[in-house]
Design a protein around this ligand. Structure first.
Ligand code: GZL
Length: 351
């Protein structure tokens, strides 16, 4: 607003000068006034690596429209932190009113957050987290990624019990971007569950949250291990790549270990991911909600009106399967329902 106020005054003075010479200045002044009322927000987004990411970006762009009173400056970092840090510094030099960051990795933010703080620009962290001191940003809203992972692993454990599977669990973790909060949380839950349940971890490698890398890594793993029977994919796009690699190797993805099918677990519950869940390719899909737009816009409006925000907020997330054997999971003493996925539910999903 600061930049906008100065710009509006300069426009009005210019307009009065020009239009007074040829008639009323009211019209131009009104334009200046409208421009002045927009809240300028700089948003540094991770990239466009996945369906989830695109849904997140669309949600923010819809919420931060001119019609809704915002001037959004959007930056796609193409999955490089140095691009995000450059974007934050650009936002500071443009003296935006607010900065929103979805941080590709948790570390390396102290200096740029301090520069924003010194410039008096509030920063909101969204989706993933930063490991900087939370005095360096105003608020953070995101997912509890370790809980997501615990729910997925609790589902697998319950499913194996329900199907009375007594054989070996030879499991692979196709991780997300190394250093990203989503990967840190989901991988930690995987590591702890594999140890606790005696699952045989054959490989744990990053698929970088993309379909191409997920397929490439899984092809390599299948060349080294012919006994894989469960794959924990840390997002839907990796799961699509893993599915293709398994089928190309002449093996079958499915829900029946005793028939030699390979179980796929996934995260994100994107429309494409839930489609694969409905047809049984993905056994269970643990939700990671990308629709932050309205929540973020409301947070910015609260600050604009002089209000305060909770420092850390987590969003509610579900779990979906087309298989009705496991109806809920228990994690750290709390019971979480598993939604039995139907075509109707899929058709009604917003992303
Ligand atoms: C999770 C988000 C992750 C998604 C991936 O909140 O950061 O990044 O799970 C995306 O699809 O690439």
């Amino acid at each position: 607003m600061k930049t906008k106020a100065l710009a509006a005054v300069l426009w009005e003075l210019l307009a009065i000068g020009i239009l007074t010479a040829c008639g009323s200045s009211t019209e131009y002044a009104e334009v200046g006034a409208e421009e002045d009322s927009l809240i300028t927000v700089g948003f540094s987004q991770v990239g466009a690596e996945s369906d989830w990411r695109n849904s997140c970006t669309n949600s923010v762009m819809e919420a931060f429209s001119d019609d809704n009173g915002f001037n959004l400056i959007f930056s796609d970092a193409q999955q490089k932190q140095e691009n995000q840090i450059k974007a934050v510094r650009d936002f500071i030099s443009q003296d935006v009113d607010y900065i929103i960051i979805d941080p590709i990795t948790e570390s390396g933010w102290d200096q740029s957050l301090k520069e924003a703080s010194d410039a008096g620009i509030p920063v909101i962290i969204v989706d993933r987290r930063v490991d900087s001191d939370d005095s360096l940003y105003t608020a953070a809203i995101g997912s509890d990624f370790e809980l997501e992972g615990k729910k997925a692993c609790a589902y697998l454990k319950a499913y194996l019990e329900k199907t009375s599977y007594k054989g070996e669990v030879n499991i692979v973790d196709i991780q997300g971007t190394i250093g990203a909060s989503a990967t840190i949380g989901r991988s930690k839950a995987f590591d702890d569950a594999a140890k606790e349940n005696g699952w045989n971890v054959l490989a744990q490698e990053t698929g970088e949250f993309t379909q191409a890398k997920g397929q490439e890594v899984m092809e390599s793993i299948l060349k080294r291990h012919d006994n894989v029977n469960v794959v924990y994919c840390e997002n839907d796009n990796e799961a699509f790549g893993v599915r293709d690699a398994i089928e190309a190797a002449g093996k079958k993805v499915g829900t029946n270990l005793k028939r030699g099918e390979i179980l796929l677990l996934s995260f994100d519950t994107t429309r494409a991911g839930l489609t694969e869940t409905l047809n049984g390719t993905i056994l269970v899909n643990t939700e990671c909600n990308p629709l932050y737009g309205e929540r973020l816009a409301s947070m910015v409006r609260t600050l604009e009106e002089g209000g305060t925000l909770e420092k850390h907020t987590y969003i509610e997330e579900n779990q979906y399967s087309a298989n009705e054997l496991v109806k809920s999971v228990v994690v750290d003493g709390t019971t979480y329902p598993v939604t039995l996925l139907t075509q109707e539910i899929l058709d009604e999903r917003p992303y």
